[in-house]
Design a protein around this ligand. Structure first.
Ligand SMILES: Nc1nc2c(ncn2[C@@H]2O[C@H](COP(=O)(O)OP(=O)(O)OP(=O)(O)O)[C@@H](O)[C@H]2O)c(=O)[nH]1
Ligand SMILES: [Mg+2]
Length: 261
């Protein structure tokens, strides 16, 4: 892991190959003790790659009120644990973003080890070359392992992506968990959605702010352990789907909150 002190940190330098930007990886986690240690180790291994174009300053696991050993296992694997007892996927992501301090980029990925940290360079490339401001990893365009996405997830994500295209002109094939954005851009979006609407709010608000949203193909793995909280549960899936669609429409009709600092 490269410390921030050893990396040149110039936020305005995105697009300049001579500047090595810093990144914080933020992992929201609720009862993921079975997999969180391995995931943090994978992220740290990617951080050690000599040719990684950014310096990973820290890995933040936001422990969202877990009742198992998620926090302890994340810490043992080398993550900085951010306690966020108020439940909600979006709330956990925002707490991680606010805790991350003065880094250039924020990387978000799920805590169930479905996203592949080794794909990080693919997500970074369009942002570092100056072609994009928010990059998301499409699982449907890439390689989703059999069983990693349920049919209802695929249909729901497709509908959400069409709605985003219709209302915001953003062309995406998926609403994924793996994302990269400049920290200052994220905080300027004034994010307010605290549950599963967070990813679509990020995309909608980014489009409203004139940020360029791009997707790249990534690999998506089947949850390696622990209990499925959303996609494997019909009621939770309907609740999440309703929240996601409602957020897309709400963002079209309302102004964002004041920027976070
Ligand atoms: N459900 C839920 N997940 C949370 C919460 N806070 C953080 N998370 C984490 O958010 C990530 C996404 O949730 P998942 O349970 O993987 O949702 P999913 O990928 O749609 O479905 P499954 O993987 O089948 O459970 C995981 O890392 C969770 O541990 C929360 O309040 N509720
Ligand atoms: Mg999952």
């Amino acid at each position: 892991m490269t410390s921030r002190a050893t990396a040149t940190s110039v936020a305005a330098g995105v697009g300049s190959p001579s500047v090595r930007l810093t990144a914080a990886v933020i992992i929201p986690a609720l009862n993921e003790e079975a997999v969180i240690g391995d995931l943090v180790a994978e992220v740290r291994a990617v951080g050690e790659l000599a040719d990684l174009p950014v310096a990973i300053a820290a890995v933040y696991v936001v422990d969202n009120g877990s009742t198992d050993a998620t926090g302890a296992r994340a810490a043992a694997a080398g993550a900085t644990v951010v306690p966020e007892p108020r439940r909600g996927y979006g709330r956990a992501c925002l707490s991680g973003a606010l805790a991350s301090g003065d880094v250039d980029l924020l990387v978000f990925m799920d805590g169930d080890r479905s996203d592949l940290p080794a794909d990080l360079p693919l997500l970074l490339a369009p942002l570092l070359s100056g072609e994009a401001d928010l990059v998301v990893g499409s699982r449907t365009m890439g390689r989703a392992e059999p069983g990693s996405l349920t049919p209802q997830q695929r249909v729901g994500n497709w509908v959400a992506a069409r709605l985003l295209r219709l209302l915001y002109g953003v062309h995406l094939s998926d609403i994924p968990s793996f994302r990269v954005i400049r920290r200052r851009d994220l905080l300027a979006l004034g994010m307010s959605e605290m549950t599963y609407g967070w990813p679509v709010e990020m995309i909608a608000r980014a489009a409203q702010h004139g940020l360029r949203v791009r997707e790249v193909s990534v690999t998506y793995r089947k949850r390696a352990g622990g209990v499925s909280k959303v996609s494997g549960n019909l009621r939770a899936s309907i609740r999440a789907g309703t929240r996601i669609m409602g957020t897309i429409v709400r963002c079209r009709c309302t102004r964002p909150l004041h920027p976070h600092r």
